[in-house]
Design a protein around this ligand. Structure first.
Ligand SMILES: O=c1ccn([C@@H]2O[C@H](COP(=O)(O)OP(=O)(O)O[C@H]3O[C@H](CO)[C@@H](O)[C@H](O)[C@H]3O)[C@@H](O)[C@H]2O)c(=O)[nH]1
Length: 484
């Protein structure tokens, strides 16, 4: 198979690949990722993990055009690092977004992808060797699951958030059916897992006509018909949610749940080596556990007024910090300079003890650096899992979407603290510099939180080691693939 070559649909072939000891042809898994770095990063980690094990042919649908430069870089990085992973291009059909004024660009991309889903069906049906199984991103589940059923190809859903969030997704349609005209109500009580109060739900969810809600409900109904769900978590981190999903308490007849986490990068996928070297050099000069790493993911623009409070709070905390600052929703396509946002004077005052960047940072590497002692984060699930894998306590400041549900899971899992009353997107109140200063200082000094995060780190390592829960789950999944 030619490395890293794009194919047209008709020529989609995964090449000869490997065969297992029985001389049976290796199963061919076609991956269908979605958009947004928070979705692509774990998807690529899983493709890398599966590909590295050998004995499975992997092909990855690459949707063109990509939403951002960061996404394009990551696709290129995956195919360069794993030449045996086959690239299958899909050109999106034109999509008129005018019906959804002001909608989030990633939500629009998911909708465009969903409306091109029949093309995905042709890619699956036309591939050679025959596709033995599909792994789809959850955002496309309601379109991909029925297509694969028609084609009689097993379909697994890769769920890139917490098991807690998976339980909410699976149960939410049942909740709506039960509630009838009352709609969402004040609380969604997910059986066997937890009651999620309305203010902790993703913001658009109470609006049943919202595009997000429609996709959420459709996907929630569809995943029940998938052949399995792969979740980037591990049993000791979310025992209650996983047990309730597996034993049918959340939704009767729920498909098998495979815990495959915590996923880590294998090989190099991201650009920004120069920047990474600069941060590593600076981190290398800082005392152990002295730096607060501050980042709110790829999709969370924080208002300028709130950014100024964060800046003042970090400065007043007298802690060292590395801050990845973002002011727009699409990954890194952002023209404002750091000094335009924070001012030269601030940057001069914190010079030497604070680094601020708007570039792409290798977050996994930063969290793995011994100088980092705390992660002030929006609690996107990838950020939580990366911190957990490194034993870095997290101070969660949810901004939107699944963040508050994830924050509940991180607190019960022992990964860190959650500022429940700090406002998130759409709420007016600014979190003040004083609140940020005090909380950062408090959690930095909290030995109990630190010890708990260190314990989770050990448990995470055990889960993926030989005989660990996630390793066994992964083996079970691969055996199932080989049996198809
Ligand atoms: O400069 C950067 C910025 C981001 N990242 C990586 O990008 C990912 C960010 O993921 P996450 O922390 O989950 O945040 P979002 O980008 O906000 O992710 C989206 O997807 C997640 C998984 O579904 C959800 O939990 C989030 O709510 C949703 O916003 C992580 O792997 C980071 O390591 C970097 O490496 N460098």
């Amino acid at each position: 198979m030619a490395p890293s070559t794009a194919t047209t649909m008709a020529a989609a072939t995964a090449g000869d690949g490997e065969v297992d000891g029985s001389n049976a042809p290796a199963p061919h898994v076609m991956f269908i990722p979605s958009a947004g770095m928070g979705h692509l990063v774990p998807f690529f980690r899983f493709v890398s993990a599966l590909s590295s094990r050998g004995g499975v042919r992997c092909s990855v649908v690459t949707v063109l055009p990509t939403v951002s430069a960061a996404e394009a870089d990551h696709f290129a990085g995956l195919f360069a690092a794993f030449p045996s992973v086959h690239r299958v291009d899909l050109n999106l059909l034109p999509f008129d977004a005018s019906a959804f004024p002001g909608a989030d660009p990633f939500l629009l991309r998911w909708e465009a992808l969903r409306r091109s889903a029949h093309l995905l069906g042709q890619l699956v049906a036309g591939a050679a060797p025959r596709v033995s199984a599909v792994v789809t991103d959850v955002t496309l589940a309601s379109h991909v699951v029925p297509i694969t059923k028609r084609l009689r190809v097993p379909c697994h859903v890769l769920f890139i958030s917490s098991a807690a969030m998976l339980s909410l997704l699976a149960y939410f349609p049942v909740h709506l059916d039960k509630n009838g005209k009352s709609g969402v109500g004040d609380v969604v009580d997910v059986p066997g897992v937890r009651a999620v109060p309305r203010p902790c739900l993703p913001q658009p969810l109470p609006d049943l006509d919202h595009l997000f809600t429609k996709q959420f409900v459709d996907n929630g109904r569809a995943i029940v018909n998938a052949d399995g769900i792969l979740v980037n978590t591990f049993d000791a981190l979310e025992p209650a949610a996983l047990a309730a999903l597996r034993d049918g308490t959340v939704v009767p007849g729920f498909p098998p749940v495979y815990t495959i986490g915590l996923l880590k990068s294998v090989g190099s996928h991201s650009g920004g080596e120069k920047a990474a070297a600069a941060f590593a050099a600076w981190l290398g000069e800082q005392p152990a556990r002295s730096v607060v790493y501050v980042a709110f993911g790829n999709r969370n623009a924080v208002s300028h007024a709130q950014l100024r409070e964060i800046a003042a709070g970090l400065e007043a905390s007298r802690c060292r910090f590395l801050w990845v600052l973002k002011t727009t929703v699409v990954d890194r396509e952002d023209d404002a300079e750091v000094r335009d946002v924070l001012g030269d004077e601030f940057l001069e005052r914190v010079a030497g003890r604070g680094m601020v960047t708007k570039g792409w940072v290798d977050q996994e590497a930063v969290l793995g650096h011994p100088a980092v002692g705390l992660f002030l984060s929006h609690s996107g699930w990838n950020s939580i899992t990366e911190a957990a894998a490194c034993g870095v306590p997290l101070l969660a400041w949810p901004r939107g979407g699944d963040h508050r549900v994830n924050a509940m899971a991180l607190v019960s899992g022992g990964v860190g603290a959650w500022m429940e009353h700090w406002s998130w997107d759409g709420e007016d109140r600014l979190v003040t510099r004083r609140e940020i200063e005090e909380k950062v200082q408090e959690v930095m000094a909290d030995a109990t939180v630190r010890a708990s995060a260190a314990r989770v780190c050990e448990e995470a390592a055990m889960a993926v080691a030989e005989g660990g829960t996630s390793e066994r789950s992964m083996q079970e999944f691969v055996s199932k693939l080989k049996a198809t």
